[in-house]
Design a protein around this ligand. Sequence first.
Ligand code: CA2
Length: 151
Amino acid sequence: MKTALVLNGPNLNLLGTREPQVYGSQTLADVQALCERACAANGFALDFRQTNHEGELVDWLHEAGRLQAAGTLAGVILNAGAYTHTSVALFDAIKGTGITLVELHISNVHAREAFRHHSYISPAAKAVMAGWGVNGYALAIAGLAGMQQGA
Ligand code: CA2
């Protein structure tokens, strides 16, 4: 069974505590449980992580590259949080590892402030999703399963 690696960046540990009108009322633990169910339904094991540190995300993307090359990782779903809009290092890590990566945002970043409209992740991502709320994580896991079958 392959693994889906779900990576969450800065401040996503605050989910469910503030800004429910933007991010909903579910906590990150709720999102992890949702991802567990979606992975079980799609035949994946789940590896779910969150960090507030850019370099840790880079290290995890490198690890993902090694695991995907070894054939044990289906791909990565990355909500890079605000680093989406600032991080050349994440772009380089995704490009440098060649991993299958889905960029995910809970909110529709294109309907928000102009500084959220640009993503350093998108040009290196296989797919992008935004605006589906936390259910986007389940949709992305189903999408990753479809990619395994060449859909
Ligand atoms: O919509 C998304 O998922 C974002 O990646 C979330 C980031 C934001 O910087 C991106 O532009 C879009 C922010 C995550 C912070 O989440 C919080 C949740 C509750 C309370 C405070 C922050």
